[in-house]
Every structure is written in C-alpha cells, then in structure tokens.
Design a protein. Structure first.
Length: 732
C-alpha cells in the first residue's frame, strides 16, 4: 500500500529532525497559550508565507491582518474588501480537520459535502469547482481534494473576482492556505484523538533551530483513519510536510517546503431519490454503491520562497513551486429508482495534473510629492497540464435486449444484494490540457490623504492553451477535437478605504476576473473566456480596546459566458449568473475570557440567462433545450449564519459552542428538488494541565437529520448524525 510508504517517509523525517537537533531549551507553552510553536518567539524575523499579525483570543484567534488581498501583510481595517481569515487556534478548538471544516467560519461561504472525496464550497453563490481558486502559500493547487489542516497556520478567503493578483479561474473567489513554516525556536506539539465511527488520528509538529536562529527545521505529520458513519465510507489519510529555513543574514531568508499526502476514500453520492424528489424510507446509513468503489489521491507539493531586503528599502521575493495530483477513482452513480430497484452507472477516472511556476516580485515604498505608495510589482510564469481518462459502464437496459455487451446491474432498493463483480468500463472520454501562462501584475497602496488609501491592482495574462479531447460515446474515436488558443486578458481592481470617524472606516471596490474555455465546450476555439465582475462596499468599526469589531458589506457580482453541461455530456456557452447580497460579521469580548464570533449572510443568486440541453427520451436525438433563466444556482442558500462562543475559566477549563443555520437550497440548476435548511449545533470542552490539554468535541448535538448535497438531481447525501471525539494535546 502507498500509505505504508508514506508512514516510512514520516519516520525518516523524524529521524532527520533528531540529527539536526542543536543544543537549546525546549519551550513549553503555558496553560493559557493555545497557538502552535509559532507564538513562542515574539521578535522572530519575518517569515515568508506566514501571517504577520494575530490577536489571540483564549482558544480562538481573531486575525487583525491578511495577505491575500494585496500579497502584502495589511490590516483588515485598511483592506478594500471583506476578506475572511481563520487562524490555527480556532481550527484546533473546533477540531477542524479539513479545509471545508475551517471554511465554515467564514461569512458568505457555504460548505457542502464533496461526495466524500473533495472539499466543496460556495462563495457568495459561486461554487469552487467552476469559479474558485485554491492556493497553498500563494501558489495555485490542482483540482480541489480533501485538504487536511494538520500543517495549517491560517486560511484566507478573498470573496469575489481575484484575477488582479491570481490570474485565471478565481471568478467567485480565492482561498489561500497558509502553512506552518520553520522558525527560530525549539518546540513541538503532539496530538491524538479518537471517537465516533472508528475515527482516530494523530499529528506531530516539531520545530528545531540552531542557537543563532539562522537554520531551522520543522516537520508536520498526520495519520488519520475512519470507518465513516455510512456503509462502506471508510477513509485514510497520511501526510508529511518537512520545512527548512535558512537566514544567512538578517536581510535574507530562504524557506523550502516539501509535502506529500496519500489519501484513500470511498466515493459516496448518498441516497437515491424517488421520482417525486423525496427520499425513500430506507436507513440513512445505507449505501447502494459497490464494494469496488474507491478514490485514491496522491499529492506532492514542492516550494521554495526566497526574500531579500535591500538597504535602500525595496524587497525582492522569489517563489518557485511545483504541484502534482494523481487521482484514481472508481465510483457508482445513480440514474434513479425504477419500481423497487436502483438504476446505476459505474464510472472510472484516471487523472494526472501537474502545476509548476515561478513568481518574482518586488516591494517598494516610494513617494510622489505628498503621496505615499506601497507598491508590489511581479511576474508569474507557469505551466499547467491535466491528462485524464474517463470510463463508463452504462446501466441495465442501455443496450438493445439480448445484447451481450456488459452493463451495470441494478440493485434492490429495500433488500440490496450486490451482484457486480468486475470494475470493467468502456473508454468514454479522454482529455489532455496544456497551458502556458506569462503574467505581469502590479498592486499599489496609495496614501492619498491622512485618512484615505486608494488600492489599485492590475494583472495581464497571456495564456497559450493546447487542448485535445476524445469522445467515445457513440464509437471509439468518432468525436475528437483539438483546440489551440491564445487568451490575453487584463484583470483590474480598484478600491478605496476612508477613515471617516475615529474607529470607523468605509470602503468600496470593484474587480474583474476571467477563466479560459475548456475543450469540451462546443466551439471552444472561437468563444470568449468566462468573465466575472463585482462591486462591493462596506463599513467597519473597531473599538479602541479591541473588544468589538464589526463589518457590514454589500456586493453585486455577475458572471457571464457561463459554460453549461447538458444531458448529452457536451458543454455549451449559454448562461449568465448574478449574485447580490449583504454580509455582517462581529467579533465581541463582552467580558474578560469570553469571546463571541458571529456572521450572517444574505445572498440573492439567480441565472439571468441559462439554456440547458435535457434528455426527453431514450433515443440518441431525444434532447430538448430548457430555459432555466430565473432559477437559483445549486447549493446557494439565501440565508447563512454562524455563531461560535468560547469561555475560558481561570481553573483551566474552557467551554465552547456554536451553531450553523442555513436555509433551503436546490440540488440542481433545474430547481426541481430542494433540500431543507437546518440548524446544526456543535460544542467543545477542554482542560489545560501544564503543557497538556484534553479536549472533547461534539458535532450535531441535537442529532438533527438533514441533507448536505445532491448529485445529478438523482441523489442526496445525508449529513452525519451526533458524533463525539476525545483528544489529547501535548506541547514540548
């Protein structure tokens, strides 16, 4: 098994850490300290890729700055956008083990089930797969997988088009995962937990430094497994992330990161729906997918970050990165319930993605007359490739009666007995995408007056794309296409922040982003890229003693040239989407040791144009165009609210709890099936004893039954019932 190889790599990394250990005192955290070894050194040199400023809040953290909006550490109060930042102490308090878990804390972000094999979320009505960008330490990730948080320092979210810094794809928003870096301190942390559904995991975070603090090594490791609460939904994740830092002079730093993740999951599309759109009366844990279903993901991340500060003031930054994703999946899909049987289709996927790039940036502080500038100018050169093969085994009845061609057998709804024994699938679709990107960009923070800051950003992307696509739906090799296209796009942003009164600021901004058309879109060679624009305005308040922070934001976003996939498997450019809304966020400390985090988002999303090809009969030409204009996008609830309260007692105990509320949402663009909204309550209890902490986390305290996601309008995924985990945390 590849997991065994990964365990060997973790052991090797730990032995390497021992050999690099230098004399020095291990720093143990005090009972009230909740952060990782990052917090053990107050005056450590600036670290490339990590956040510069936090306000630690008794078991959670309310970040006071961000780097995603301008690529430079900036106070949130002076950022012309409503960004979200979630820090590691809050992730630990909530036992947030994945990127999806952490994103539930960000206002306007709705997290739903990713079929048990990837993180899936919606930012202001736009889903991550078609209109989002996920990055690690500022470098683009391949397709979103289940990203563990064992090595995460913070999660940053830019809500809205982010092409002005990050280029193609972030039509609805961008997420940056900030990893823990090697620091000039000797410290460590070990955690272990176990709980419901055979779940167990452990992590190691070990940081070592020489006496001078010029060389440091840090390793983060993870092992986790779970049986899952539904039948045949077990999973395993193994990961290791060694990092090395070298500071030859006070003005230079080099960070080197290597991360390997091996994950094994079982795809889960949930329960099939009746023709009425209702769930059948069967156990919620029942699974109609085959025992042969699996999803194996291997991820490799390599990255170096070099920073040099010059005496005259400028700073040079160079980032080189490489990402690899190898994804093998066999999965069963539901076509519907016929009588008392579930019609099924078996699919296979072999996907290989490679992202490599180089970013060179300079940061300057200059003045033009009485106007001050903090300027970042850079260029990115990148190469992205994606090769995939998709196979399919159609359901019973797909071929003429008497045909000897194999099909996927149906299964009884009430008394399922599996008869499928071989994972054979017909070659269905093959694709090969290769893109080369050359993109200069600049962003300027302009102090136009004592209380006014203008932020202007612009990126120009020159993208050369070679797409090849083979479709074997009718007969092998019948439908093939090859597309060579060049896209040249400007992505601007303009924002203004004004301090109107003491402790009050107002801001406004507008931005645009783009995404090139894929090979499966009909007429891809001639079509315009997808584009998104957004205008946003807001007001912020921060109390002098920092016991209250509040933000109210309003936005209006549009996405045009939307690519829509029809029931024939082909995609056409035939849609536009609009999303408008209001967001409110509060961070409050009413009394010492008590913290409250609250957010509410209202989102009005609809398709202003949407024409979709729908199958209306069994024949090869039985399709009709349906007008979905006016419908809501899938998984975009109108109302979304989160609350988290933490109280730490002087005795060492801490009590935390929170709730998530969301309204109903449609599971497909046809708006035929809507799943109900829900109220989900979580809680946590912890006790600190010296350098140790024990912690109990409970999810879904009221054992509420609700559905998280639908798939292809034929199934929905029941969400996890009441669950509890007990954990141990030791810092050394």
């Amino acid at each position: 098994m590849r997991s065994t190889d990964a365990l060997g790599r973790i052991a090797h990394a730990l032995l390497l850490a021992l050999t690099l250990s230098a004399p020095g005192r291990l720093t143990a955290a005090q009972p009230d300290e909740t952060a990782s070894p990052t917090d053990a050194v107050e005056d450590s040199p600036p670290i490339v890729g990590s956040l510069a400023e936090y306000v630690t809040v008794d078991g959670s953290a309310v970040p006071a700055s961000n780097s995603i909006a301008t690529k430079m550490p900036s106070p949130i109060g002076k950022t012309p956008a409503h960004v979200g930042v979630v820090a590691e102490p809050l992730l630990s308090a909530q036992r947030a083990r994945t990127l999806s878990d952490g994103l539930r804390n960000v206002g306007g972000v709705h997290v739903v089930d990713g079929l048990n094999v990837f993180d899936y979320f919606i930012i202001r009505g736009f889903d991550v797969q078609s209109s989002g960008l996920v990055m690690t330490d500022g470098a683009a990730e391949p397709e979103s997988t289940v990203m563990p948080t064992y090595n995460v320092e913070a999660i940053e979210v830019f809500k809205g088009p982010a092409g002005f810094l990050y280029g193609k794809d972030p039509l609805g928003g961008a997420v940056n995962v900030v990893r823990k870096q090697a620091l000039p301190v000797n410290a460590g942390r070990f955690t272990a937990s176990t709980g419901s559904f055979g779940t167990a995991d452990s992590t190691i975070d070990w940081n070592l430094s020489d006496v001078a603090g010029r060389k440091a090594f840090r390793v983060n490791g993870l092992y986790g497994e779970s049986d899952g609460w539904r039948d045949r939904s077990d999973s395993r994740q193994v990961a290791v992330n060694p990092a090395f830092a070298w500071r030859p002079t006070p003005d230079q730093s080099l960070q080197v990161n290597a991360e390997y993740v091996d994950a094994e999951f079982r795809p889960d599309v949930g329960l099939p729906l009746l023709s009425t759109g209702d769930l059948p009366r069967v156990p919620r844990e029942r699974n109609y997918q085959t025992p042969l279903d699996f999803s194996d993901q291997e991820i490799l991340r390599l990255q170096t970050d070099y920073e040099r500060r010059f005496d005259a003031g400028p700073t040079l930054r160079i980032k080189a990165y490489h990402r690899e994703l190898d994804w093998l999946t066999d999965g069963t899909l539901y076509n519907g319930i016929l009588g008392s049987t579930v019609s099924r289709t078996f699919t296979t996927l072999d996907d290989r993605q490679r992202f490599s790039g180089l970013q060179v940036e300079g940061i300057f502080s200059v003045r033009t007359g009485s106007v001050g500038h903090r300027l970042l100018a850079g260029v990115e050169v990148a190469r992205q490739t994606d090769e995939f093969d998709l196979g399919i085994l159609p359901p019973d009845g797909f071929f003429p009666p008497g045909s000897m061609i194999p099909t996927m057998p149906s299964i009884d709804l009430f008394d399922p007995v599996e008869t499928f024994a071989a994972s054979f699938a017909f070659p269905f679709v093959s694709g090969d995408s290769r893109a080369t990107i050359l993109a200069p960009y600049v962003i300027d923070e302009i102090q136009v007056a004592d209380r006014a800051t203008l932020v202007a950003g612009l990126r120009f992307d020159e993208i050369s794309t070679d797409l090849s696509f083979s479709d074997n739906q009718q007969e092998p090799g019948r439908a093939n296409s090859s597309v060579d296209r060049d896209d040249s796009e400007f992505s601007p942003m303009l924002g203004l922040v004004v301090e109107t009164l003491e402790n009050w600021t107002v801001y406004a901004s507008a931005s645009r982003a783009h995404a090139p058309i894929g090979a499966r879109v009909v007429g891809a060679a001639e079509l315009e890229p997808e584009r998104a624009t957004q205008s946003e305005a807001g007001i912020r308040y921060s109390a002098p003693d920092d016991r209250l922070r509040a933000t109210v934001a309003i936005y209006d976003a549009d996405r045009s040239n939307l690519a829509i996939t029809g029931d024939n498997g082909f995609t056409q450019q035939a849609g536009d989407q609009r999303s408008r809304g209001v967001e409110l966020e509060l961070a409050v400390q009413p009394v010492p040791r008590l913290r409250l985090l609250f957010s509410y988002a209202y989102n009005d999303a609809e398709f202003t144009e949407f024409n979709q090809l729908e199958r209306v009969g069994p024949g090869p030409t039985d399709f009709a165009v349906r007008d979905r204009t006016g419908n809501r996008p899938a998984f975009a609830p109108e109302h979304l609210a989160q609350l988290w309260v933490n109280h730490r007692f002087e005795s060492g105990f801490a009590l935390s709890g929170g709730a998530r509320v969301f309204s109903g949402q449609f599971i497909a663009e046809d708006n035929q099936v809507e799943i109900d909204g829900a109220l989900v309550i979580d809680g946590a209890l912890s006790y600190d004893w010296g350098a140790c902490r024990i912690q109990l986390n409970v999810r879904n305290l009221t054992d509420a039954d609700y559905e998280s996601r639908g798939f292809l309008a034929t199934s929905v995924t029941p969400s996890r019932p009441l669950a509890a985990w007990f954990g141990f945390d030791y810092r050394f």
